[in-house]
Ligand binder design. Structure first.
Ligand SMILES: *Cc1c(COP(=O)(O)O)cnc(C)c1O
Length: 373
């Protein structure tokens, strides 16, 4: 995958097999334990993972679930958000943020984003109506939205804040962990996220014990014990196997983040003289680089050029959510959210996974400089 010969070099966007090789002994031992015990659902590892995440994030309650999307859906259900309610969110996220709002029967209201791709607090304030129940900022790329002004708007209008932290586990803003600033924080353990399971996984965090208890009921049919159901729920428990995998990977997470940050620093350094717009780093933030997204008017050309040089890049995300066919009923035409729309044609995600070598990044940067030369 990462050949030393520059003419045949191939640099992949992700490298999950390398991650497995690094953790093979631990993973296989844990998987064998689950099969020996047969505690596939509700095993001890689930509660242990919740305790370990509680300690890592410094938040009183963590409820594991079977996806990040379910974390968003159940967070809103726990807040009684449903038909007739509006939730403000950016149009440039992964589709799950908006889809979860639609899934609970509420109406997504978009607020445009800033040059740095995160939601614009001024646009959020302008979008508040008497029906607004919550703001759902997305910490896109692992860099947190501007939470201080967003929390001030939420306090002023008495709104809940649901942080979509799916891309930002371990990121901080003004000394606080992603997901722990708002009313609830929602995380994904999807295999392509920085803290990744071997399948679907997610969790929701909160300082509010009542919300956590309600989500625990909702994830297990609404049961309050073995036989009594007080409200209709669903099934969204985290499998014990996935909990075991996430426990192992939570221990490795600081090293994963460190290696990604090192890669980002090298990109910044070696691409400083190019016309690429790179994500800014404010003093008050610690970015975990789920993705490294640059912006350029020549995006399509650059992507093709890099592909020919063996460098795989991706686009997060090529179609803004309000322009998706599924969003037609919301009635937003082209030009409704000009910043997000412009960025959709300019953004390009470079490989940044923790298995890239200094030589790999140097090679990519050399190719980018060659493109602009
Ligand atoms: C991945 C992701 C989700 C959904 O997480 P799943 O675990 O795949 O359901 C939600 N929001 C954002 C921003 C994401 O990147």
């Amino acid at each position: 995958m990462m050949d030393a010969d520059i003419t045949t070099r191939r640099i992949g966007y992700v490298n999950l097999p390398a991650q497995f090789e690094e953790e093979r002994t631990e993973i296989m031992r844990a998987v064998e334990g689950v099969f020996r015990r047969g505690d596939f659902i509700g095993g001890e590892a689930v509660g242990k993972l919740e305790q370990e995440l509680t300690a890592y994030l410094g938040i009183p309650h963590v409820v594991t679930l079977n996806s990040g999307t379910d974390a968003l859906v159940l967070a809103m259900k726990a807040l009684d958000i449903g038909p007739g309610d509006e939730v403000i969110t950016p149009p440039n996220s992964f589709v799950a943020s908006t889809a979860s709002i639609v899934a609970v029967g509420a109406t997504p209201v978009f607020a445009d984003v800033l040059p740095d791709q995160n939601i614009d607090p001024a646009a959020v304030e302008a979008a508040v109506t008497p029906r607004t129940k919550a703001i759902m900022p997305v910490h896109l790329t692992g860099r947190m939205a501007d939470m201080n002004p967003l929390m001030a708007i939420a306090r002023k209008h008495k709104l809940a804040v649901i942080e979509d932290s799916a891309q930002a586990v371990g990121s901080t803003y003004d000394g606080r962990m992603s997901g722990t600033i708002g009313t609830l924080g929602c995380f994904s353990g999807h295999p392509l996220k920085n803290l990744n399971a071997a399948g679907d996984a997610g969790f929701v965090v909160t300082a509010d014990a009542a919300l956590a208890d309600r989500i625990k009921r909702l994830r297990n049919h609404g049961l309050i014990n073995r036989s009594d159901v007080t409200e209709w729920g669903t099934v969204s428990r985290l499998d014990t196997l996935q909990a075991e995998v996430l426990r192992i990977r939570l221990r490795h997470l600081p090293s994963v983040i460190e290696r990604r940050r090192r890669n980002a620093a090298q990109y910044r350094d070696e691409l400083a003289d190019t016309p690429l717009f790179m994500p800014p780093c404010r003093n008050i933030e610690f970015n975990t680089f789920h993705t490294f997204v640059v912006q350029t008017d020549r995006r399509d050309e650059l992507q093709k050029f890099l592909a020919a040089k063996g460098v795989e890049t991706t686009i997060h995300y090529p179609v803004p959510i309000h322009l998706q066919p599924a969003a037609a009923h919301l009635g937003h035409g082209k030009g409704s959210f000009p910043v997000a729309e412009r960025q959709a044609g300019q953004i390009l995600t470079f490989p940044i996974n923790q298995f890239l070598s200094t030589a790999d990044i140097s090679y990519i940067c050399a190719m980018v400089r060659e493109f602009f030369a």
